[in-house]
Design a protein around this ligand. Structure first.
Ligand code: XMP
Length: 488
């Protein structure tokens, strides 16, 4: 108990302003979520069943961030969710999903439904992989006899291009020929790739310049897993659908099972980035770094729906946790994500100033159009449900939630919750929320004089403020009659 330190939360400090040569509009928000996964803005969505399914992940990646698909799904459903994000947008599709000329239309449709393909253009190949035709949306719509073979229904008049055709060349060819799909073939006429016009146009015209894309021009997405051998099976399925990063999502990231799964996953999937959380102590950060983590998630109890600190009596206030953990891994190339407790855009500036590379949001994204769940009206006001993954409801419904709080075998009437269930006001489209959050961050960086995320981390200096200082910081002595979009 001697030498007890002081631990602070976001509300305890404000950033000091500095001489600035940078306008908010000109700051660069590029950062990293994990060792090899870059972001165009430092935002990730929480893997919670009231926050992130493919809808949120698609929108967030389009805005430059990354969504982490929650693990309340079965492994195959979660992989399906990942696929829906990956298939949303394609640059060059290196290995297009194709059909055999002797497959029936019925069979193809069943496969389409099972795998969750949202597209309707399939190259048709023969037994040797030679391209023989194309099934298009029209072919599906006009086909009456579902027992017909693909070779009877497919379009045979194709415009094709050689393997190696660039996206710009493809754009020219497709525009000229007015074809929506351009298959590529090698010297033996074997299928070697495919372009889809809507995506190519978006990429070439710069309409996707803010999108967070992988090397194939597809949106980036992450997925959460637990611990144990089931997690490895899950990772295998998720990688099969092109997941970009795995988040080992536990309430105690510095637990032996979490370290074990990290080591095994790195051994089995060395090319895949694995982020581990959650922790709040610098020694834990060092242990995870040593065990091979590609990213660390910090936050034990700061979340708006968390009761862990009250129920278990543990946890470090978030500002100090982020500062200590970031400092512990500084220079190692392992990014830190500050997870939970972000209430205003200013908290993002402060979290990054304290050393975080990105922040993870639950509450601020819950209640948006893209969050799962229906709108509910409470006393005439629209809300959406938001609940902790350690809440009684989430744990009763989902083994993954019980596992996160290390009660996998707990009888449903004997669970010890570490979170609450509730509702947050309906907030409209997530793009509007993110616009305000990033606007606030840009403004903060402008005040500090930081041109990019690294400069904000380096230049940030803080004032510890009093309760009086916090009161003064919020609007006071006024009844707000018009709520601004970034302050509730
Ligand atoms: P915010 O503040 O954005 O926090 O709502 C989201 C983060 O909270 C964590 N989380 C929980 N923590 N009990 C907890 O102690 C819970 O039931 C719970 N559910 C989510 C999680 O890290 C999330 O990203």
């Amino acid at each position: 108990m001697e030498g007890l330190g002081l631990a602070l939360s976001y509300d305890d400090v404000r950033l000091r302003t500095g001489h600035s040569k940078i306008a908010p509009a000109d700051v660069d928000l590029t950062t990293k979520f994990s060792r090899n996964i870059t972001l165009k803005c430092p935002l990730a969505s929480a893997p919670m069943d009231t926050v992130t399914t493919h809808h949120m992940a698609i929108e967030l990646a389009k805005l430059g961030g990354i969504g982490i698909i929650h693990r309340g799904f079965s492994p195959s459903q979660q992989a399906h969710e990942v696929a829906r994000v990956k298939f949303y947008l394609n640059g060059l599709i290196e290995k297009p999903i194709c059909v055999n000329e002797n497959e029936t239309m019925e069979n193809i449709k069943r496969r389409q439904e099972e795998k969750g393909y949202s597209f309707h253009s399939f190259p048709v190949v023969n037994g040797n992989g030679i391209l023989v035709g194309l099934l298009t949306n029209n072919d599906f719509e006009f086909c009456i006899d579902q027992s017909a073979f693909a070779k009877k229904v497919m379009s045979k008049e194709l415009v094709i291009a050689k393997k190696g055709t660039t996206i710009n060349e493809a754009f020219q060819i497709m525009q000229k020929s007015k074809k929506k799909v351009l298959p590529l073939v090698d010297s033996q006429k074997k299928l070697a790739g495919m372009y889809v016009f809507s995506d190519v146009k978006r990429i070439v015209s710069g309409g996707s310049s803010n999108y967070n894309l992988d090397k194939n021009g597809q949106l980036r997405v992450g997925a959460a897993v637990g611990v144990g051998s089931e997690a490895l099976e899950r990772i295998e399925m998720l990688t099969g659908r092109g997941v970009d990063v795995i988040v080992v999502d536990t309430a105690h990231g510095d637990s032996q099972p979490a370290l074990e799964i990290l080591k095994q996953a790195k051994k089995q999937f060395p090319a895949l980035d694995i982020v581990v959380g959650n922790i709040s102590e610098p020694e834990s950060a060092k242990r995870l770094a040593l065990a091979g983590a590609d990213g660390i998630k910090v936050g034990q109890g700061p979340g708006s729906i968390c009761t862990t600190r009250i129920v278990a009596g543990i946890g470090c206030p978030q500002l100090t946790a982020v500062y200590n953990c970031s400092k512990a891994v500084r220079g190692s190339g392992i990014p830190v994500c500050a997870d939970g407790g972000i209430r205003y855009s200013g908290d993002i500036s402060i979290a990054i100033g304290a050393g975080a590379d990105s922040v993870m949001l639950g509450n601020l994204l819950a209640g948006t159009k893209e969050a799962p769940g229906e709108m509910v009206i409470i006393q005439g006001v629209p809300y959406k449900n938001y609940r902790g993954m350690g809440s009684l409801g989430a744990m009763q419904e989902s083994k993954a939630a019980r596992e996160r709080y290390r009660q996998p075998d707990g009888a449903k009437n004997k669970l010890v919750p570490e979170g609450v269930e509730g509702a947050v006001p309906y907030k409209g489209e997530v793009a509007e929320i993110i616009y305000q959050l990033l606007g606030g961050l840009r403004s903060g960086m402008g005040y500090v004089g930081a041109a990019n995320i690294k400069e904000l981390q380096d230049k940030a200096d803080f004032y510890r403020i009093s309760g009086g200082g916090l009161d003064e910081s919020h609007p006071h002595n006024i009844t707000i009659t018009k709520e601004p979009p970034n302050y509730r």
